[in-house]
Structure formats: C-alpha cells, structure tokens
Design a protein around this ligand. Structure first.
Ligand SMILES: CC(C)(COP(=O)(O)OP(=O)(O)OC[C@H]1O[C@@H](n2cnc3c(N)ncnc32)[C@H](O)[C@@H]1OP(=O)(O)O)[C@@H](O)C(=O)NCCC(=O)NCCS
Length: 236
C-alpha cells in the first residue's frame, strides 16, 4: 500500500513536469483520467496476477466506463506512464509499456487479429505516441521513438526514430532527417519507386561522365535531388 501511494505521488509529479496545462497537484489528482485509469489498472493487474481474472477484467471494464480508457489487466506497464486526455485509449492484454511513456487520446496498442500468444506491441522507455495512432501486432517501438498523430504502425521501429503516416514510415532517425524510408523495413511503394529512379539517375550520370571522359563538365545536382541521394546513401 505505501508503495502504491508513493507510485501515485510519482505519477502526479510526472504530470506536473510534462503537462504545461497542469496548474496544481490537486487538480492533477482530481481531473486527470489518465492517472485514474492507471491507478485502477495497478489494482486490476494485481488481481490478474493473483488469478482473480474475472474480477480484474470486470474492474477494468468499470475503469473504462469511468475514464474512457481501456487497459487490459494482463498488460505490463512500467513507471510514470502519462496518458494525456485519454479518451479512447486501448491497451491490449499482451502489450508491454516501458517507463516514461506518453500516450495521447485515441491510441490503440492492439492486435492485428491474426496472431495468438504475444499479439500486442512492446513500447520501450520514453516512447511518445500521438493522438489516434494505432500500433498493431507483436512489434517493438524502440526507446525514445515518437509515433505521429494518426499513424498506423505495423512494423518494428528502431530506437530514436520518428514515424508518421499510414502505413507508418520513418521521417527522423537518430536526429537525422530521412526523406525516403528503408524499403527493406517499411513497405512503401512510392519510396521504393523513388529510390529506384534516383539509383537509375545516378547510374546514367556516371555513364555520361564516362562517355564525356571528363568530370569538368559535371553539372551540380539540384539541392532537392542531392538531399534525396544523401538519404538513400544513408538508408541503404
Ligand atoms: C510526429 C511528430 C512527433 C513530429 O514532430 P516534429 O519532430 O516536430 O516534426 P515536424 O513537425 O517538423 O514534421 C516533420 C514532417 O513530418 C510531417 N508530419 C508531422 N506529424 C505528422 C503526422 N502526425 N502525420 C503525418 N505527417 C506528419 C510534417 O508535415 C513534416 O513534413 P514535411 O517536412 O514534409 O513538411 C508530431 O508531428 C506529432 O504528430 N506529435 C503528436 C502530438 C499529438 O498527438 N498531440 C495530441 C495532443 S492532445
């Protein structure tokens, strides 16, 4: 019990630290449904782990009714989870959430409907998931990564990456802008087509240079093409 209270204190402090809208600890305690859902989850998870499965599930449904947030009692959630606004958040039974993760409203950590066993995602520490994003299947979102609002992510995301879109593709990796995602990792037909065209342009330029026999006449690449080529070099 004292442990639970100290966790609650830590959760309130965490919200004060991260939400500029939070004006006082009392306001956070009373008004943040994300925290209420998390605290209920901790009780339900305890019940679940003590084989009181139906009770855990039933209380989680009550929590959903009260907060609009559905956290399955079987999910494993680390410290200082911040669910901002919260309405519509769903966290599935086999989801694993690390420490210091932030979820905005409407986030789903769900299954694809095709898998059994571990069928929900794993979010490593410090991951931020934007409003309405859907992360589906037994995939891992690497630590310190950010998932853009409205994205649908179906593949593993490496650490320190930013992913946006449907299907999700990487736009930043290790702080570096990525124009074209790695076709080996993400199925994005447009990126693949663009990568093929740029590779072809590169070959043609080299061939022309060979035929001309001189590099002196070489035209500089347009800044845009240069950037795309650098990204392809970086990615592939
Ligand atoms: C993904 C995110 C973290 C990126 O933030 P950032 O690093 O500051 O990146 P930028 O805003 O510079 O955007 C980079 C590019 O990604 C695009 N982009 C950003 N977020 C996007 C999204 N959710 N979906 C699709 N494209 C997105 C931008 O248009 C921009 O494209 P461009 O360079 O071709 O113009 C942020 O946009 C986001 O979605 N945050 C979630 C916030 C949220 O859900 N808030 C809810 C509050 S209730």
């Amino acid at each position: 019990m004292p442990h639970l209270l100290s966790l609650m204190r830590e959760d309130v402090g965490n919200v004060m630290e991260h939400d500029p809208a939070a004006k006082s600890r009392l306001e956070v305690f009373l008004c943040y449904s994300g925290l209420h859902a998390l605290w209920l989850y901790r009780v339900n998870h305890w019940l679940w782990n003590h084989r009181l499965l139906l009770l855990g599930r039933w209380f989680s449904q009550i929590g959903r009714f009260l907060t609009g947030i559905e956290i399955h009692p079987g999910a494993k959630i680390g410290r200082r989870l911040f669910i901002d606004h919260g309405m519509g958040v769903v966290i599935g039974e086999t989801a694993i959430v690390g420490d210091d993760v932030t979820l905005y409203q409407g986030v789903t950590l769900g299954g694809t409907g095709k898998e059994h066993g571990k069928r929900h995602p794993t979010l490593e520490d410090n991951v931020v998931v934007g409003g309405g994003a859907k992360i589906l299947g037994n995939i891992t979102i690497g630590k310190n990564s950010r998932i853009g609002a409205g994205s649908v992510v179906l593949r593993n995301v490496p650490e320190h990456s930013t992913v946006v879109g449907v299907p999700g593709h990487i736009i930043f990796r290790q702080g570096q802008r990525v124009v074209i995602t790695d076709p080996k990792q993400i199925n994005d037909p447009l990126s693949e087509a663009l990568a093929a065209v740029v590779t072809e342009v590169n070959k043609l330029r080299e061939r022309i240079q060979q035929l001309e026999g001189t590099e002196a006449t070489r035209e500089p690449l347009s800044a845009h093409l240069q950037r795309i080529m650098e990204d392809i070099d970086y990615q592939i």
